[in-house]
Ligand binder design. Structure first.
Ligand code: F6P
Length: 545
């Protein structure tokens, strides 16, 4: 593999030269001089989703220069190596094969490349999820007292929580009668809120943790286990009916008391934040049924196929990654935003925060050098439109920083009561337009010198970039395709930026120090860390009642 500092490449130098011209270019002029711009810089995926990236400060030449950069760093070899099971998660010595989870037609993995064991594992796992889901939905698997399961509670955090939470919320229209709840936070109020709502007799808990050692998850799961056993007069056999595990750590799950038949395996070669197509998606499967879960996988898969086979200059995940690097590293726009114009998509920004920032928030390159001369991940900000129009959009339009945005919405909605969907969508279109072009009328006024003090505050300068993802309808299939797009976007960025996107060492120090401080709080002792933290721990110890 080539592990090249991107800044040292020939094409980065050409991009720098290109930038010195592009930095002053206005999108208004780009559209004025190219009447085919929308057609050239947009892509229709499977007649279901249009990706419009024409409202960016880029030209086809920008894309071509990045494509040349990708060739210079041997991008396609990296992809091949990944698909061959190469251990591209170097610092954890792991392959990265989440693509195999949704390869139901053996497009990537077949006998030829010796993946029969992986294929078999994936198929068996899916079969187990199908049988389990159907048994719960048919009422064959019941609670300890024989009552039908009506509530599912997923106990997990990060990648073992956010993906399922996001998908289940996004696909609310596909939900069956099961109530799905999530417990993630170590703050017990999260757990209490859920336990107050459910009857234990009708409730199944999924302890979802790849490692089965994550403090929040195991601590919460133990509290719930005790609660369940107490409910059944300390009868430990009840665990079998009310708990399943999703994990890579069979030993710890068994030790916890979970029946081995109730353990869904999580493969070592799937990273937590890339795992929603694995058995981590069990709560999704239960919520929308197995057939819809397969549709979700197929949506992921079709975008995988697009990513691995489409020409780079028309490859949507590649283009999205190029655009992001272009802004973060050349324009120095270091924040990007995801704006979803459908309430049920509200968890997408949170989910993508982990996907992007845990993957690419790195400061050491693949050669082990500290990165000094370029930027890795941007910061991700997001929310639901139109709500956020009434909070941070002021900043987007008139702040001194420029924040490129991705706008996501659906065309066909069941919610057009009193034209509400049209009202929503007119806001959606209005925002991308006004960010890009500002207030053209006022600007004309300005240029004729007809302005006064107050007008200055009212001017929208525009030239704020955005991508638009307009989906015919949010279905399991289209949602899968969109999430897969972001997975590959982030992966591509990681390759270009010469970092390892699949580890997360940055979360370890906080975990270690918190376990030291935990002892100090238990025993009311000083923490001996630094004067500020010692002072705060002391204050806590004296005041805690
Ligand atoms: O601490 C970060 C992290 O390791 C994430 O990468 C992961 O998604 C989350 O914790 C949960 O981990 P686990 O599934 O092992 O409980």
């Amino acid at each position: 593999m080539l592990n090249i500092n991107p800044v040292s490449t020939k094409n980065w130098m050409y991009l720098n030269e290109h930038f010195s011209y592009m930095k002053d270019v206005k999108m208004f002029d780009l559209f004025l001089h190219n009447k085919f711009r929308f057609k050239e810089l947009s892509f229709i995926f499977k007649d279901q989703i249009i990706f419009d990236y024409s409202k960016n400060i880029i030209t086809l030449h920008t894309i071509n220069l990045f494509v040349n950069l990708l060739k210079e760093i041997n991008f396609s070899n990296y992809l091949k190596f990944m698909l061959l099971g190469g251990k591209i998660n170097v610092t954890e010595n792991r392959s990265v094969l989440h693509v195999a989870l949704r390869d139901r037609n053996n497009f990537f993995f077949n006998e030829g490349n010796n993946f029969s064991k992986i294929k078999e594992d994936v198929e068996n796992n899916l079969k187990k999820m199908e049988l389990f889901t159907n048994s719960i939905l048919k009422g064959e698997l019941t609670g300890f007292s024989g009552k039908k399961i009506l509530n599912i509670v997923n106990i997990g955090i990060g990648g073992s929580d956010l993906g399922s939470r996001m998908v289940i919320n996004a696909l609310s229209d596909y939900k069956n009668y099961l109530n799905i709840y999530f417990i993630s936070n170590i703050d017990v109020s999260d757990l209490k809120n859920v336990l107050n709502k459910v009857n234990i007799e009708n409730t199944l808990f999924i302890v979802c943790s790849k490692t089965f050692t994550t403090l929040e998850t195991i601590s919460n799961a133990k509290i719930v286990r005790d609660f369940v056993i107490n409910f059944y007069d300390r009868n430990e056999s009840s665990i079998s009916n009310h708990f399943v595990a999703v994990t890579n750590n069979l030993r710890e799950a068994k030790k916890f008391g979970i029946n081995v038949n109730n353990i869904f395996f999580m493969f070592d070669w799937v990273g937590g934040r890339f795992s929603l197509c694995s058995s981590v998606g069990l709560s999704i499967c239960l919520s929308i049924g197995f057939d819809n879960f397969l549709q979700l996988l197929d949506g992921f898969h079709d975008m995988d196929v697009h990513f691995f086979s489409c020409d780079l200059s028309k490859n949507i995940p590649v283009i999205f990654s190029i655009i992001s690097i272009w802004y973060n590293n050349f324009f120095k726009f270091d924040v990007e935003s995801i704006l979803v114009y459908k309430n049920n998509l509200s968890y997408i920004p949170l989910y993508l925060q982990q996907l992007l920032m845990e993957s690419n928030g790195k400061n050491v390159d693949r050669n082990g050098n500290y990165i000094k001369d370029y930027f890795t991940s941007s910061v991700l900000l997001g929310g639901v439109g139109t709500d956020v129009q009434h909070s941070f959009f002021q900043f987007l339009h008139q702040g001194t920083k420029c924040i490129p945005c991705d706008f996501i919405a659906e065309i066909c909605s069941d919610n057009n009561i009193d034209n509400s969907h049209f009202k929503l969508m007119s806001n959606f279109f209005a925002q991308t337009h006004s960010l890009a072009f500002g207030d053209i009328k006022l600007k004309k006024h300005f240029s004729k010198g007809k302005y006064n003090f107050l007008n200055k505050f009212k001017v929208f300068k525009g030239n704020k970039p955005s991508n638009t993802i307009l989906v015919k309808k949010i279905t399991p299939y289209t949602l899968g395709s969109i999430i897969s797009l972001y997975e590959h976007k982030i992966f591509t960025q990681g390759i270009i930026l010469n970092i390892f996107s699949f580890d997360q060492w940055g979360v370890e120090l906080g975990k270690n120090i918190s376990s030291l401080i935990f002892q100090n709080l238990l025993h009311k002792k000083n923490s001996n860390l630094d004067k500020s933290t010692d002072g705060l721990v002391n204050y806590f110890n004296t005041k805690f009642k």
